[in-house]
Design a protein around this ligand. Structure first.
Ligand SMILES: [Zn+2]
Length: 467
């Protein structure tokens, strides 16, 4: 299995210092992380941060590095968050990284063109609480103890959303050494394992979820910083899991723990003063969590395309927001079988005009790859080429409307091959290179799209939203 190495010497040294000589519960460790995060937030301030302030932050690459890049990505594979034979598995992100290597789309092959964010902090309690109830966050942290007894627990009544504890090995270690902890305890955020006396131990779902949200936040920081120096900043891409768009404000749902994209949207507003956020969600499922978080918010436009009738059953075309937020939620359920032709029309006739009218300060994308024709969880007919088209067009939209500020967040996508190649071709789109979709897509498996039904769905949403 491929694991990406990161370099966090400075951060690790800090951790060793804090942890040395005393027994540290997971909880205390996470509190320390939260404290450090809060401290940094204060230093950046609540208003728009200037580049020099951001440049001083050791967690953000230099302005020169990110301004020269065309693509910046972060990897948060959540190796400890896994259940055997579950589609949302810890094989997903390594499969993508493998494909990127194979297709020479990593910094090793592209020098300054592609930057991997080597280090980032987990999201703080305040970051998470900007979207989720604090009671849910602390409850989940406490539930990790229960998970450690049972190995795995289900944390969502409506679907198979699971949580895993820090491995039993850590529990055994804790019981044996209840008073003292030894020097060889450190955490590597990049590879996401704890190491105790040479044993690798993966952290819990709770911690992995903080890391995923933290990666998204760090990408927002980088892209915003670059946009102050150049007209064509890099696109950000969070190769993160667990996914987030189903997680509702009061709890987890549909494989999702924390709403990564929603948390990043609130962060962009709070820390960078980017008032108007446009969120595009092209996952095959409705992003009900993001929908709910901003349903009455006029400053965050949520636009979701999804397969009609798929999980969780929400996202009907007449769900348009409420109160001050009426009109800033757009849901477009597409009939099963919709594919490349449908999505091109949707982009041109719905997504682009909607974004142009809204005039965002930043575009965030819930990038789900489970609309692919080969994906086992749904029945749309997107291809690698569809995802290339979306990536290319959304990048251009961001360039035209909001200084190129745009960050993609991985959501679904459960066929490892179609997921990997579709993300890789999205990377090629961000770089302005031609698509290699024809090497991966097999037109012979496609059938005719339901064009009349697609047209009706598009006309209906255009009518409701006066597009
Ligand atoms: Zn999905």
């Amino acid at each position: 299995m491929f694991l990406v190495r990161h370099h966090l010497y400075k951060w690790k040294a800090q951790c060793r210092l804090e942890l040395h000589g005393k027994f540290v519960e997971n909880k205390l460790y996470l509190q320390n992380l939260s404290r450090r995060r809060r401290c940094v937030s204060r230093s950046i301030g609540g208003s728009i941060s200037c580049s020099s302030e951001l440049g001083k932050d050791p967690y953000i690459p230099s302005n020169e590095t990110i301004s020269n890049a065309r693509l910046i990505y972060a990897v948060a594979p959540a190796m400890g968050h896994n259940q055997e034979s579950h589609p949302e598995s810890h094989f997903r992100v390594p499969a993508i990284v493998n494909a990127l290597e194979k297709m020479e789309l990593t910094p090793k092959f592209r020098c300054s063109e592609i930057v991997e964010l080597q280090s980032f902090r987990p999201a703080s309690m305040d970051d998470i609480a900007s979207v989720h109830a604090r009671a849910y966050v602390s409850g989940l942290e406490e539930a990790m103890d229960q998970a450690s007894q049972q190995g795995i627990i289900y944390i969502d009544g409506s679907g198979p959303t699971y949580a895993t504890p820090t491995t039993d090995m850590l529990q055994a270690f804790k019981h044996r050494h209840s008073k003292h902890v030894y020097l060889a305890f450190w955490v590597d955020l990049g590879t996401h394992f704890f190491s105790i006396l040479g044993l690798r131990i993966f952290p819990s779902t709770f911690h992995e979820s903080l890391i995923a949200a933290g990666a998204g936040i760090a990408l927002v920081d980088s892209v915003v910083a670059a946009s102050k120096n150049c007209l064509d900043p890099p696109v950000g891409f969070g190769l993160i899991r667990p996914p987030g768009h189903h997680a509702i404000p009061k709890g987890p749902m549909g494989f999702c723990v924390f709403g990564n994209v929603a948390i990043a949207a609130r962060y962009a507003q709070r820390v960078h003063g980017l008032k108007r956020v446009f969120i595009i969600d092209f996952d095959v499922h409705h992003g009900n969590g993001t929908n709910d978080a901003f349903y009455d918010d006029p400053d965050i436009f949520f636009l979701s395309t999804h397969q009609d009738g798929s999980y969780p059953g929400t996202g009907k075309v007449d769900e348009v927001g409420e109160g001050d937020g009426e009109g800033t939620t757009l849901n477009l359920p597409l009939p099963g079988g919709s594919g490349d032709i449908a999505m091109k029309t949707v982009f041109n006739e719905v997504i682009a005009p909607c974004a142009q009218r809204f005039k965002p300060d930043i575009i965030l994308v819930s990038a789900g790859y489970d609309g692919h024709v080969l994906d086992p969880l749904a029945s749309l007919q997107f291809t690698t080429g569809t995802y290339y088209m979306l990536a290319s067009n959304i990048k251009q939209l961001a360039k035209d409307l909001c200084g190129g500020r745009c960050v993609f967040f991985l959501e679904g996508g459960y066929n490892l091959e179609s997921l990997s190649y579709s993300v890789a071709d999205s990377f090629r789109a961000f770089l302005g290179e031609v698509s290699l979709a024809s090497e991966f897509d097999n037109p012979a498996i496609l059938y005719e799209e339901p064009s009349t039904k697609v047209k009706q769905a598009i006309q209906r949403v255009k009518h409701i939203h006066s597009l």
